[in-house]
Design a protein around this ligand. Sequence first.
Ligand code: MEV
Length: 416
Amino acid sequence: MLAAPSNPIPQWPPFVASAPGKAILFGEHAVVYGKAAVAGSLSMRAYALVTPRTDGLTRLCLPDIGVDTTLGALPSAAAIASLAHPGDVATLLSAALLPQEGPGRTATLTFAYLAGALLPASVRQSGLTLCVRSLVPVGAGLGSSAAFSVSLAAALLRLDGRVSAADSAEERQLVDQWAFRGEQVAHGTPSGIDNAVATHGGFLAYTRGSSPRQLGAAHPTRVVICDTRVPKSTMVLVAGVRALRDQHPAAIDSVMDAIGALAEDAAQRFADPSAERLEDHLRGAVALNHALLAALGVSHPALERVRMISAAHKMPAKLTGAGGGGCALALVPQAAAASEVAAVCAELAAEGFACYPTVVGGAGVQCAARVGAESVAAWVERVAGGGCGDLADAFAALSADALAELAPPVPSKLIR
Ligand code: MEV
C-alpha cells in the first residue's frame, strides 16, 4: 500500500550529492595475501539529485541502469536495525517491487536499506524523488556501487540533518560508515576500500584488516581507463592465483612481496612535492606491477593489446582490478596534449575497447544545493533547456557532458 499524502509543504530545496569511482593503482591480488595496495578516486562520479515531493511517495530513478520505481512504505529504522546482515533487507520488501536481478536490483535494495535506516519521518511523510546518474561504468571494477552508496548515504544523512556539505572529517566518517553498510547489501563482505576512496577521495593505501590510510599531499594524476569489455570473474581469478601459489609457493610469495613493495614504495612517494619526480617513478612502477601481475597469470591478450598500444604513445599501462579482461589504466604524462590522449583513445576504441580519459586522486564526496551561483533547480532547468516539468525527469535526460559540469574542478595544470 502506498503511503497517504500528508505534510504537503517541502522544507528543503533540491540538492545534489556526488561521489567518485575508484581505480587500484598498485597491489591487486597481493592485497589478498596481506600486502599493501594503493587506490585512488576517479573524476568519473555518481550524482544523486534529491527533490522534495508533496504526495508522500518515494520514487527511485536510475536511468543509466533502467530503474524507475515508486516504492511503497519503506522499511522502518527499527526493522533495518533488527537485520542480522544488511544484505537481508530483501526480506523486508515486497518481491513485486524489486527488479529480478542485476545492478537494478542491487541498487534498489541498497536504497531501501539506507533510506529505511536514515530517512526522517517528516521526509517519509512528504515524500521525495531520488534520481542518480552515474558516469562510472557498471561492473568494470571501478567502484560504481560504492560511488552510488556514498552519494546515497550523504544525501540521506543531509535530509536527516546530520550532514551538510559532507566536507568535514566527522561528516565523512559518518557517510563512510553508512556507505559501507550499503556496500554490504551489494557485495556481502566488501573490504571497505571502495567506499573509503569514494568518501575521502585522493589516494589511499590499505592492507587487509586495517583502516585505509589517506596519502596526504598526493598529486592528482592523468590516466586513461580502458575497459576491454572482456568479462571476468574476480572469484575465478583469485582462485587461479591461489592454485598457482599452491604449486609454486616460494616463487609466488616472492612475486607477492615484490608487488607489495611497489605499493609501499608508491605510498611513500605520493607525498613527494615534485610532481615530475613522482610521475617518473610511477611510470616505471606501473609497468613493473603489470609484469608481475602477468606472472601471476591474470593478464589477458586484450590487456596486453592495451599495454602495447599505450606504450607506443609513451603511456605505460597496467591492468587494474582483478585482470583476466576488465580494465587497464594507462598513465598519461602531465605534459601530454589533448590530441595525444585522443589519438591513443582512438586506437584503443578501434580494437573495440571503451576509453575514459580521467584524473585519479580528485575530490571525494560532496553535497550542495547550489552549482556555482545557481540553485541546483535553476541549473537543471537551464542545462536541460528550460521549460522542464519534473526536475528529476530533466536530470534523467541530461547528457554525460552536461553532468560533468557538476564535477568538482580538476587542477588547472592537468587541463590541456
Ligand atoms: C579486485 O578488484 C582486487 C583483487 O585484489 C581481489 C580483492 O582484493 O578482493 C583481485
